[in-house]
Design a protein around this ligand. Structure first.
Ligand code: UDP
Ligand code: MN
Length: 359
């Protein structure tokens, strides 16, 4: 008898639990149904198919705020004095090709961080103050910015007031007796920085910049893309046979006559973290393999970068507005100088300038 009551009680408990479970599932599903319905309505308003709820990559999904008013883009009028697209259909950024209000409205809500690396080894520390102060005024103003300074003189790093959301990290690196080595080691340090400090941030960007330069105009969201290269101001009117690529086939930076698109700067490049990581890693290992065989490319990492960009086409190309040289007069097609190398006395600031001048 007792056994029978126990069985009955157990059945009641099991059945009630089952009914409660069914009720719970029903409520949960109908709630999710309402949420999906709401989402579908939003998607439909924004032109997405009702069942298109697959998450898209942040990089390629550009959401503009509703009701933003800006000048109507023309499909007929625009810059005609310069080329604004490469043969592989990457944009070439010149003043007059983009709307900065629109770009800021698209990129600011993405909450990205834009990092910059800059090397100030030996006497080059003297350029750091102007670089940092002008970056405050022009480089990704209003964005989260993290500048990494690599120097052998951390105590001499200047104190620069940085706006909210912007920060500076100073990392110690060994000094060197050869400027070629300092220049070349940048790739290795960029590679390890991305591996150690900036991992798993697939939406973030990094730019690698020369320190002997100042910002004079906006450098902002128009420069963001997967792999970004800057056209060198010294060669953009020349034929490719005049580009100072590495011409010895023994080097891994070799480009044969008839090869090469543009001559890109070693003093400014960037893009998404994983793209820049791949670039830095490749250039570093090619540079080191060359060194093992006793060969150093004509312009060190700039030569390797040019080789890299020949094979791995940049997804966005920045015009020489993004790295001019102060000693060059401003050409008419350059409507604004955004970043420019200062005039410097090589003999005074490079550790082995005299010896290398004789090379
Ligand atoms: N650099 C440095 N110390 C040196 C030589 C070079 O910190 O003694 C770094 C610095 O960031 C510099 C970059 O390497 O901007 C490239 O060298 P440099 O500007 O002299 O090359 P250039 O622009 O004249 O070709
Ligand atoms: Mn420089």
């Amino acid at each position: 008898m007792k056994h029978l009551i126990n069985t009955k009680a157990l059945t009641v408990v099991v059945l009630s639990a089952l009914m409660l479970g069914v009720l719970f599932c029903y409520i949960l599903l109908s709630y999710r149904g309402v949420e999906l319905f709401k989402q579908n309505n939003i998607n439909q308003q924004n032109g997405l198919a009702a069942d298109d709820v697959i998450p898209v990559s942040h990089e390629f999904h550009l959401v503009a705020p509703d009701h933003l008013r800006y000048e109507q883009p023309s499909i007929l009028r625009g810059r005609t004095d310069v080329v604004t697209v490469t043969p592989w259909l990457a944009p070439v950024v010149w003043e007059g090709t983009f709307n900065q209000v629109l770009l800021d409205s698209i990129y600011k809500p993405k909450n990205i961080t834009v990092s910059a690396t800059v090397f100030a080894v030996g006497k080059y520390i003297m350029f750091l103050k102007d670089f940092l102060e002008t970056a405050e005024q022009h480089f990704f103003v209003g964005f989260k910015v993290h500048i990494y300074v690599f120097t052998d003189r951390p105590n001499e790093a200047p104190q620069v007031r940085m706006a909210a959301g912007r920060q500076l990290t100073v990392r110690s690196v060994p000094s060197s007796k050869r400027w070629q080595e300092i220049s070349a080691r940048r790739m290795e340090l960029i590679q390890t920085l991305i591996e150690e400090q900036l991992p798993n941030r697939s939406d973030d960007y990094v730019f690698c910049l020369d320190v002997d330069s100042k910002f004079h105009g906006r450098w902002g969201a128009e420069s963001l893309d997967g792999l970004v290269a800057v056209i060198h101001p010294g060669y953009y009117k020349d034929g490719r046979s005049r580009f100072p690529y590495e011409r010895r086939p023994a080097s891994r930076a070799y480009l044969a006559p008839g090869e090469g698109d543009f001559y890109y700067c070693g003093g400014a490049f960037g893009g998404l973290l994983q793209e820049v990581h791949h670039l830095a890693k490749t250039c570093r290992s090619n540079f080191e393999a060359d060194a093992q065989e006793g060969i150093e490319a004509a312009w060190q990492e700039e030569s390797h970068l040019n080789r890299y960009m020949w094979i791995n086409k940049p997804t966005k190309v920045l015009s020489p507005e993004y790295l001019w040289q102060d000693f060059k007069p401003q050409n008419p097609e350059v409507h604004i100088i955004r970043f420019s190398g200062v005039v410097k006395n090589y003999a005074e600031i490079r550790p082995n300038a005299r010896e290398s001048a004789a090379d």
